[in-house]
Design a binder for this molecule. Sequence first.
Ligand code: BGC
Length: 447
Amino acid sequence: MPSSYGRRRFLATGSTLLASSLLARTAQAQEEPPATHPFPNGFLWGSATAGHQVEGNNVNSDSWLLENIHPTLFAEPSGDACNHYHLFPQDIALLADLGLNTFRFSVEWSRVEPEDGMISHAELDHYRAVLDTCHQHGIRPMVTFNHFTVPRWFSGRGGWEHPDAALVFGRYCDTVARALGDRMAFATTLNEPNLTKLLFGIPGLRQSKLGTHLDHEIIRKAGQMMGTGRFSSWIFGDLEHIHDGLLKAHKAGYQAIKSVWPNLPVGVSIAMEDDQAIDDDAIPMRDKKRRLAYEPWFEAVSSHGDFLGVQAYSRCRIGPDGMLPPQKGAPLTDMGYEFYPEVLEGVLHYTHEHVKVPLYVTENGVATTDDKRRVEYIRRAVTGVARCLQQGIDVRGYVHWSLLDNFEWLEGYRPRFGLVAVNRTTFERHLKPSATYLGQIARSNSV
Ligand code: BGC
């Protein structure tokens, strides 16, 4: 995968040392107000990645194909990404050095099952090594069985729209659970399976990218390349069928994992926004969004889930006719949505009213090149979580997105969500002050 692996290993070791000295320096530079909110013992403090976004050269996945096809909707291909596939030992060491106690990452289905029914034991060994490295550093691994990307062959047979999709996903979950489940602290079946409903469920500006001629052309070409004439993937396909397929897949995955490891906590992570009706007339539209985007998953997790992962980045203003853009003059992130760290409070309150299982924030973060804004975002977001705890909401962890500046899907490498910067050629890691800041919160278990 890398052009000169030895050199990268050398750089990797060097940058761990660099990271430790930076840790000390940035800690001094950080002048934060004294901590006022303690967190309960055992609270999880972590950071997250996803296989395709950091590992590099995930060549057998649907996304790789869609990134490299012409035309494409992707700003650039993922390529080597952060070379985390090879550099995971230093990344996990770095996370532990910061003071975090949890690492959320995903297993790449297209590596483990490169062809329908063919299992790669070598790739299972790779993920076993990732898990072992977590344990060597006292880090609790939170494993996502599927973070958006699927094997090409799965997309080529119809993806989540295929009537057998849940069965096939359940089989994969069974394989991974048997091979690796003994080392997992938490498992989630799917990452943000409700994303299509969140983005496109009710009218709003976001609809423009999909359902276009270009979109259909890409899918047609991908189907041709697969030789099946079909290709359904992620947010490319019949969104209703994809969503139904994902609901069934979650249940199948949950049952598969639990039947091997009854005591392993298994949940699902869903995408959420703090949905705010701009006036009373907008309340039915807000409720419609909630009904479509979240409630099926609240039900799914009540019957098939030990916890719910909440992932939220911003608020969504809703008018009587649909979703609205941020107000004029509102501060924006580099993703174009509002800088609104209070999102977690709104989302946790709403979710708590509907869900009885424990909640974990499995993603929250901000795309910015100004790291001071990330520090401010973390402070306000985590303070919101602290207030929720004081009000009796059962939230048990905060996992920040993301550990590394990584491949942000259609947007390519432009948006910077990382606590740690990555040189895209040498793969050197550089800690940002926000990493140290989150580490301080974790070490003191207070904000
Ligand atoms: C996804 C991540 C993504 C992040 C930032 C979440 O929707 O799970 O894969 O990078 O948001 O956009």
